[in-house]
Ligand binder design. Structure first.
Ligand code: MSK
Length: 683
C-alpha cells in the first residue's frame, strides 16, 4: 500500500475517531497516537476500530480445510439454551467439535513451530560455534553448559588410567549441539527434557500417551490429522495438541533458552529502561524487533564498537541508541541491559516518533504495516531473516543474516542506520515522548535461586517457606501479547496489580513484562506501593521486585524450570499440578500464546486467557479443555474477559491448592526445616 493511501485511510478513520485515551493506558502510546493522527498515519488502532472480527471465526467454528467450504456452523441461541439438539455440521459432516479442535490444533502447531524453529536456529548456530566454524559466538556460561550436559546424557569428564579429567568444553558443546539438534528430527522414544519435569507430572503424560517423540514429528502430525477427512475425534486431536505443545515447552523453547544462555550468558538481575522515551533525538536510533537474539547479539556488539560509534559521529550524530521491541528486546535487555522501546502495539509508533533511523526485524510479531508507516518517514525497515521478508515498502531492504559472518552483518546494519541519520525529514517533526521507566530485570531460574539462597546455598527453599507460612500466597505466571481488540496494557496491569496486592508473586515474560516495566512494577520499590504486606516484606528483605522479568516468549520455559525447582525444594506437593500456581495471558493474540497455554495446562497449571478463545462455538470441546483436562493432567484452560474477574478466579484457584496442601490456615511465621516440609509432602 502506498504512503498516500495509508494517509487517506487514516483521514477517513479520523472522521470515525479513535480516541487515543480509549485504546491505551500508556501515556507514551497516547502521545504517539495523537502525533500519528495529526500526521494522518494509519495504525493498527485505527483498523481495530473499523474492521470487526468475524463472530463465527471468534468462536472457532469455521472450517476452511478443503475447497468445499469454508463451512460455517454458527451457534444458535436455542442450541446454547439446550432447547434444540445440536445437529450442526459441515459439508463432510464435521461437527463443531471437530472443526474447533482442528482449528485450535493448527494454532498449537503454528505456535510450537514458531518457537521451535527459533530453537532450531539457535541449535544450528550453537553447533557451528562448538565446531569453531564461527568465532563470532563462544561459550559464555560454562557452568550452564556443565548443567545441561547430563540432561542430554553427555559426559563432562573423561576417564584415563582410572582417573577422571574434565572434558574440553567445546567437545562437550559439540555433543550437546548434535543431540539438541537431533530432537527436531527424532521419530521415536521421548525428547530428552521430558524427564526434567517432576516425576508425577511426567507420569501423567506417560499415562495419557502424550510424551513428545520429536519436535518436528508432533507438529507435522497435527497438520496431517487436521487435513480433510483424517482425525475426527476432538479428544484424540487434543492429545496430539498436547504432544506438540509439550514438544514446544519442554523441548524447542527450553533448548532455545538453554543454548542461548550458554552462548550469550544466563541472565542475572540488572537495570534497564523502557518506553519510547529511550530514543534520543540527536543520536542514531536503531530498534531491533522480533524474537531471535542470534543477530541482535551481534548488533549489540557492533553498536558498542568504537568503529561504529565513530561512524555515527561522522554522520553528524552524537552516538547510537540501540533499543529493542517485543521479545528481541527482552533478549538483549535481560543479558545486556539494552533499553526497550515498547511492546507489540507500539511498533508502528516507534517510527511515528520521526527519530527512528532503522527498524531491524527478524521473525514473529512484526506487523506488515511497518513498511507503509516507514514509507511515511525516513526510517529504513531492514528485514534480516530468509523466512520473513516484507514485500511492500520503498524504504524496506533485506540484509540477510548468516551466523558464519554474524558480526560483519551486524556492522553492515548499523552502518546502514547511520547512513540514514542525515535523511531525517525536516518537515516531519521529531517527537520523542518523555516516558522512560527504570526496571530491574533478568530473573532466570538460576538468578531466582541465587537471589533467594545466596552465593553458597542457592535454593528455592526460602521461597517455599514463605509460601507455606503464607507471606506469599502463591505464584502467577502472567505473560503474553498485546491485542488491538483490548485496551493496550490495561488488562495486563489490572491482573498483575491484583496478584501482588493479594500477595501473589508474579513471574512474567513477553509483552506483559514490558507493560509491567512501563508501569514501574519491575522495581524492588514497587513492593511497598503495590503489594500486600506479606509479599512486600519478602521483596523488601530479599531486595527483589514483586514481578520478576524472566525474559522472552521462549523463556516461558524458565517458568516451567522454576516451578520444577519449587516442587523439588519440598513442602508444596510432588507435581506441578499441586503448586498454588496459575498462568494467565490477559491480552493474548498470537498462535504461540495458544501453544504456551496448552503446554502450561498439560503441565498441570490452571491457565486463564482474556479477550476470547476460539472454542466457544463447540461446547463439548470447550468442556474438555475447561473441565475434563484437569482430571488428566491437573491443569485446565479458562477464558475470562474481565481482568478483575480473571484475577479473582486465579486467586480462588491458588487458595484451592493451598487448602489441598493443608497450608490454608494461618501459620506461625517460622522457617521450616526439611523435616517439616517432608511432613507436608506426606500429608
Ligand atoms: S512478543 S508473541 S506479542 S508476547 Fe514475544 Fe509480545 Fe506475544 Fe509477540
Amino acid at each position: 500500500m502506498a504512503a498516500e493511501e495509508t494517509k487517506a485511510k487514516a483521514a477517513d478513520k479520523e472522521a470515525k475517531g479513535v480516541k487515543p485515551e480509549d485504546v491505551s493506558v500508556d501515556p507514551a502510546t497516547i502521545k504517539m497516537l495523537k502525533k500519528a493522527q495529526a500526521e494522518k498515519i494509519e495504525t493498527i488502532f485505527d483498523r481495530a476500530a473499523t474492521m470487526k472480527p468475524c463472530n463465527i471465526g471468534v468462536e472457532g467454528i469455521c472450517c476452511k480445510n478443503c475447497a468445499q467450504g469454508p463451512c460455517r456452523v454458527p451457534m444458535t441461541k436455542k442450541i446454547k439454551d439446550g432447547l434444540e439438539e445440536d445437529r450442526r455440521m459441515g459439508l463432510c459432516g464435521a461437527t463443531p467439535e471437530t472443526i474447533a479442535a482442528r482449528n485450535f490444533a493448527r494454532m498449537v502447531a503454528a505456535g510450537a513451530a514458531a518457537h521451535s524453529d527459533h530453537g532450531r536456529g539457535v541449535a544450528e548456530t550453537f553447533l557451528a560455534m562448538a565446531r569453531k566454524e564461527t568465532t563470532d559466538y563462544t561459550i559464555k556460561d560454562e557452568q550452564k553448559l556443565l548443567e545441561v550436559a547430563p540432561l542430554f546424557n553427555v559426559a563432562t569428564t573423561v576417564e584415563e588410567d582410572g582417573q577422571s579429567f574434565p572434558r574440553d568444553m567445546f567437545d562437550i558443546a559439540v555433543e550437546i549441539g548434535e543431540k539438541a539438534l537431533g530432537e527436531w528430527g527424532k521419530q521415536s522414544g521421548e525428547v530428552y527434557y521430558a524427564k526434567r519435569a517432576p516425576e508425577p507430572t511426567y507420569e501423567s503424560w506417560k499415562k495419557q500417551g502424550v510424551v513428545p517423540r520429536g519436535i518436528d514429528r508432533e507438529i507435522v502430525e497435527i497438520m496431517h490429522r487436521t487435513h480433510m477427512g483424517v482425525d475426527q475425534d476432538y479428544l484424540n486431536l487434543t492429545k496430539q495438541m498436547s504432544r506438540a505443545a509439550l514438544a514446544d515447552g519442554w523441548a524447542g523453547s527450553m533448548i532455545a533458552t538453554d543454548l542461548q544462555d550458554i552462548m550469550f550468558g544466563t541472565p542475572y538481575p540488572l537495570h534497564g529502561q523502557i518506553n519510547l522515551g529511550v530514543l534520543e533525538q540527536d543520536k542514531v536510533n536503531i530498534v531491533v524487533h522480533g524474537h531471535e537474539p542470534l543477530l541482535s547479539e551481534m548488533i549489540v556488539a557492533a553498536v558498542m564498537s568504537k568503529e561504529m560509534q565513530d561512524y555515527a559521529k561522522s554522520k553528524g550524530a552524537r552516538g547510537i541508541v540501540l533499543a529493542g521491541m517485543c521479545c528481541t528486546a527482552n533478549e538483549i535487555l535481560v543479558r545486556h541491559g539494552m533499553p526497550i522501546a515498547g511492546n507489540y502495539l507500539q511498533q508502528e509508533l516507534a517510527i511515528v516518533t520521526g527519530a527512528l533511523d532503522a527498524m531491524v526485524v527478524d521473525v514473529q510479531c512484526i506487523m506488515e504495516n511497518l513498511g507503509n508507516v516507514a514509507d511515511c518517514y525516513h526510517t529504513k525497515l531492514i528485514t534480516t531473516n530468509p523466512r520473513a521478508r516484507i514485500a511492500s515498502g520503498k524504504n524496506t531492504v533485506h540484509i540477510e543474516f548468516d551466523e558464519h559472518h554474524a558480526f560483519d552483518i551486524g556492522k553492515e546494519i548499523v552502518r546502514a542506520a547511520c547512513d540514514n541519520f542525515p535523511n531525517r525529514r525536516p518537515e516531519q517533526q521529531v517527537l520523542i515522548p518523555s516516558e522512560r521507566e527504570t526496571m530491574v530485570v533478568g530473573f532466570s531460574t538460576e538468578a531466582i535461586k541465587y537471589h533467594l539462597g545466596g552465593t553458597f546455598r542457592g535454593s528455592f527453599v526460602p521461597l517455599n517457606d514463605n509460601i507455606i507460612n503464607g507471606r506469599i500466597r502463591g505464584i502467577a505466571g502472567v505473560v503474553g501479547c498485546n491485542n488491538a481488540r483490548s485496551m493496550h496494557d490495561s488488562a495486563h496491569l489490572i491482573v498483575v496489580k491484583e496478584m501482588i496486592k493479594n500477595d501473589v508473586i508474579v513471574l512474567t515474560t513477553g509483552c506483559n513484562a514490558m507493560a509491567c516495566g512501563k508501569a514501574g512494577l519491575l522495581t524492588p520499590e514497587a513492593a511497598r506501593v503495590y503489594c500486600g504486606p506479606g509479599l512486600a516484606e519478602v521483596c523488601e528483605t530479599v531486595g527483589i521486585p514483586p514481578v520478576l522479568h524472566m525474559g522472552s516468549c521462549v523463556d516461558n520455559s524458565r517458568i516451567l524450570t522454576a516451578a520444577t525447582e519449587v516442587v523439588k525444594a519440598g513442602g508444596l506437593g510432588k507435581s506441578l499440578a499441586d503448586l498454588p500456581a496459575v498462568g494467565a495471558a490477559p491480552e493474548w493474540m498470537s498462535e504461540k500464546a495458544i501453544s504456551i497455554g496448552h503446554y502450561f495446562v498439560t503441565s498441570g497449571v490452571y491457565t486463564v486467557f482474556g479477550v476470547n478463545l476460539p472454542v466457544t462455538g463447540a461446547p463439548k470441546f470447550q468442556k474438555h479443555l475447561f473441565e475434563e483436562m484437569e482430571a488428566m493432567y491437573g491443569g485446565r484452560w479458562d477464558l475470562v474477559e474481565d481482568p478483575y474477574e480473571m484475577a479473582a478466579k486465579m486467586i480462588a484457584h491458588i487458595d484451592k491448592k493451598r487448602k489441598a496442601l493443608g497450608i490454608d490456615k494461618a501459620r506461625e511465621r517460622v522457617l521450616m526445616d526439611m523435616a517439616d516440609r517432608q511432613k507436608l509432602d506426606a500429608a
